[in-house]
Design a binder for this molecule. Structure first.
Ligand code: SF4
Length: 370
């Protein structure tokens, strides 16, 4: 398993909660594509894994034309070895998904689509700064399905300060009627430097209470279980056989390479990332763009804990023991109180977080870090 991630750092406008790296300076799109192609070629001799997943994220990948994708695909196929069963995903905004565009995405080779819906309430969409309406969101999913996509995912956001559990429940009732196989549902977080964070600090917004958060999370879990969605990661749910193979490869430690400003890579025992700076990226000077970190044993161990506890698979205790016996003992000892409290359980040498406790998993992870 190995993946390629391509970050398209452009958006038509900015959503108030978003801290992904992006710009609205669309005049830089063509120079960006030149730099992207240069980067793809540069790494072709350094990353020689068979590619099983390819993922276009952003920003807004769906603002690219199909001709752009065809050029990128042609270069990728010339430069890397693609598995026959490759999963190729594009993140799309609903307002970009015309029937013609959907046809072209399928013709280009995409076989998975992830649509950024966030909510079906007009007030939510307006407040979040989304460009689409609820009707467009519904139409986009229907058109993606009737156009031929059979692996469709969507995103929802809950925990909105102006909303409530009943409104979130209405969103889930709509999800039930849609031909999707994957649902990512994220609790709103006020990320430093975003417009929402400023509104929080000025007292315009409030963070919802822990009990409201928990109610919405429980509602989500109950909905997913009832509708046949597997809860396979803290924020991710899928119908059987429809896990995101790309995201799963991040969580199970498979190698991947990221292209584009702000993208991350993991291969050869180190992490590297491109600085989140489009102007620098356009110069294609890799000495200045790339930062690297060699992972020592405690970094690797903490990663196994962090990624493992967020997934249904859990943490492979044998892998931790194989890395360092002393640190393994520390993890086992720190996990005892969580096991006794029923937040964790041990299943065939895998330490797992009970899905109910995923709500507080960040605290457990911190406690287990070595
Ligand atoms: S949420 Fe998506 S569309 Fe909105 S600003 Fe962020 S990357 Fe762009």
């Amino acid at each position: 398993m190995a993946g390629i991630y391509i970050h398209i750092p452009f958006c038509f406008s900015r959503c108030g909660y978003c801290d992904f790296y992006k710009t609205t300076k669309l005049d830089k799109l063509e120079p960006f594509l030149v730099a992207l192609k240069s980067e793809i070629k540069h790494y072709s001799s350094l990353f020689q894994e068979k590619i099983t997943t390819l993922y276009f994220g952003g920003g807004t990948p769906s603002l690219l034309k199909s001709s752009h994708f065809n050029e990128i695909f042609s270069l990728l196929r010339d430069s890397y070895i693609f598995s026959e069963r490759i999963e190729i995903t594009i993140e799309c905004n609903p307002d970009d998904l015309t029937k013609d565009y959907i046809d072209k995405l399928l013709e280009s080779g995409f076989n998975r689509i992830s649509i950024g819906i966030q909510s079906f309430h007009e007030k939510d969409l307006q407040e979040m700064g989304r460009r689409h309406s609820s009707a467009q969101a519904l139409q986009a999913i229907k058109d993606a399905y009737s156009g031929g996509f059979r692996n469709i995912g969507m995103d929802l956001i809950y925990g909105l300060p102006w909303s409530n559990t009943a409104a979130f429940s209405e969103n889930l009732k709509i999800v039930k009627t849609l031909p999707i196989n994957h649902l990512s549902a994220y609790h709103l977080t006020f990320e430093e430097g975003t417009p929402f964070d400023r509104l929080l600090k000025r007292g315009v917004y409030r963070e919802i209470t822990d009990s409201e958060s928990l109610n919405q999370y429980e509602l989500l879990r109950e909905f997913a279980a009832k509708e046949g969605f597997e809860h396979y990661e803290v924020s991710n749910f899928c119908k059987p056989g429809f896990r995101s193979r790309h995201n799963s490869s991040y969580w199970d430690g498979s190698p991947y390479i990221g292209f584009g400003p702000g993208s991350h890579s993991y291969f050869g025992g180190y992490r590297q990332w491109n600085k989140a700076d489009l102007n620098l990226y356009l110069k294609s000077d890799r000495e200045k763009i790339v930062e690297k970190e060699v992972l020592d044993i405690s970094d690797r161990l903490n990663e196994l804990i962090m990624l493992g506890l967020r997934t249904a698979e859990g943490v492979n205790l044998e892998a931790i023991e194989a890395l360092d016996r002393q640190m393994y003992n520390k993890v086992v000892s720190a996990s005892k109180k969580w096991l006794q409290a029923g937040n964790l359980h041990n299943e065939s040498k895998f330490l797992k977080c009970n899905a109910k406790s995923w709500f507080v998993v960040d605290g457990i992870i911190k406690d287990l870090f070595v």
